[in-house]
Design a protein around this ligand. Structure first.
Ligand code: ATP
Ligand code: MG
Length: 356
């Protein structure tokens, strides 16, 4: 695999513009230490600033501009004071997900030492799993409608669409990920006792795909008890795979159990690399704290590390994660972690540790 990678860096809006420079700083340090090369194209569109000037979130040829990149590093989008959230979101990120067929949404969930856990009695190491969400089909469709509207007989129907192609590819990805981790365990989120057609079918696809992975242990859990166990018994989980709706919920619940939203990273992957994959923090543009240099840059920096892992730079990924562990343990800490440090000083501390 080549060690020369082309990436687009899109800060977007709000604190996206504050945390992106810290990710780039860490990536600089990682390149010097590990000897790979990143060609970074900074991109100012996919932002509400661009919208203010052009009346749309992105140029018409956005796809051509990004198509040749190996990955997209994304900050955050949204500035509701000037552009409604549905316009900024549908005009940028959701277009990337869809047009670049980023069918895997990946969210690692980890409790770090030095970070207060909202769950009583949990310590670092007790929570360490990955949520794999199907990102393109399932419960999120526009199929259905309201019959007899406005009458006593009013009926609403909303369809779920799952394809063998779509389910198998996310399940296969999750099995492969589970096989690559020490515990080799996969939890399949389901609700086959209540959702009587699609979910038993989903369970069947999980069994069929699982036939190729005898070394992975599997348990299927109904989404209700699974959610409860994210809170009560998080140590049970290693890799969790879920349909679009269930995955959406789990991938917010999981990070919420590990402290601040300022830590949670995510990846939107097209694993076949036909299109660029996108790496972004889970948090949004946080207008309430923008401009004060207090946003926690860890989620952005960890997202950059996930990008390096995807690009084959495993060592650099591991070094960044170790730097995050150290800084969370020893400081400096931004206000969301209970400290008084700035975005910049935390970013510098991370980059220094990555530099070795
Ligand atoms: P979305 O973009 O999904 O609509 P949102 O706008 O509802 O999300 P965020 O922008 O993520 O939410 O902000 C939610 C809260 O978390 C805000 O109070 C914000 O200040 C805080 N927050 C978000 N990201 C960070 C961060 N990196 N560091 C510190 N606080 C953060
Ligand atoms: Mg927002």
């Amino acid at each position: 695999m080549s060690r020369h990678h082309r990436i687009a860096a899109i800060p977007g809006d709000g604190i996206g513009k504050e945390v992106m420079p810290e990710a780039l700083r860490t990536l600089e340090a990682a390149q010097r230490r590990f000897g790979f090369r990143l060609d970074v194209t900074p991109i100012a569109w996919a932002s509400c600033d661009y919208h203010a000037q052009h009346g749309q979130m992105m140029p018409d040829d956005w796809k051509a501009q990004l198509q040749g990149q190996d990955a997209i590093l994304f900050g955050a989008v949204g500035w509701p004071a000037t552009v409604p959230d549905h316009v900024s979101l549908w005009g940028s990120l959701l277009k990337f997900r869809r047009e670049f067929d980023q069918y895997i949404n990946l969210r690692p969930v980890r409790l770090f030492e030095g970070v207060p856990c909202p769950l009583a009695g949990r310590k670092a190491g007790d929570i360490d799993y990955v949520v794999v969400r199907e990102n393109t089909e399932g419960e999120y469709t526009n199929l259905g409608g309201v019959m007899y509207p406005g009458t006593e007989r009013e009926i609403v129907i909303q369809e779920t669409v799952m394809s063998r192609f779509g389910a198998d590819r996310v399940l296969r990805y999750a099995y492969e990920l589970a096989r690559s981790r020490p515990r080799r365990h996969l939890t399949v989120a389901t609700k086959s006792n209540g959702i009587a057609i699609s979910m038993p079918w989903w369970d069947g696809r999980a069994d069929a795909v699982g036939a190729d992975f005898p070394e992975v242990t599997v348990d299927k859990q109904h989404i209700d008890i699974l959610s409860a166990r994210f809170v009560m018994q998080p140590g049970r989980f290693d890799v969790v795979v879920a349909s679009n709706l269930f995955g959406d919920i789990l991938s917010d619940l999981g990070p919420a159990t590990t402290g601040t939203i300022g830590l949670a990273p995510s990846a939107n992957l097209n694993p076949e690399r036909r299109f660029p994959s996108l790496f972004e923090p889970v948090h949004g543009s946080a207008p309430d704290i923008y401009g004060r240099n207090i946003a926690n840059p860890v989620a952005m920096v960890w997202s950059a590390a996930l990008m390096l892992d995807f690009l084959g730079e495993r060592e650099a990924h591991d070094a960044i994660v170790r730097a995050i562990e150290q800084v969370l343990r020893e400081g400096p800490h931004t206000p969301d972690l209970g400290g008084q440090a700035t975005t910049t000083s935390l970013g510098e501390a991370l980059a220094q540790r990555v530099a070795g």
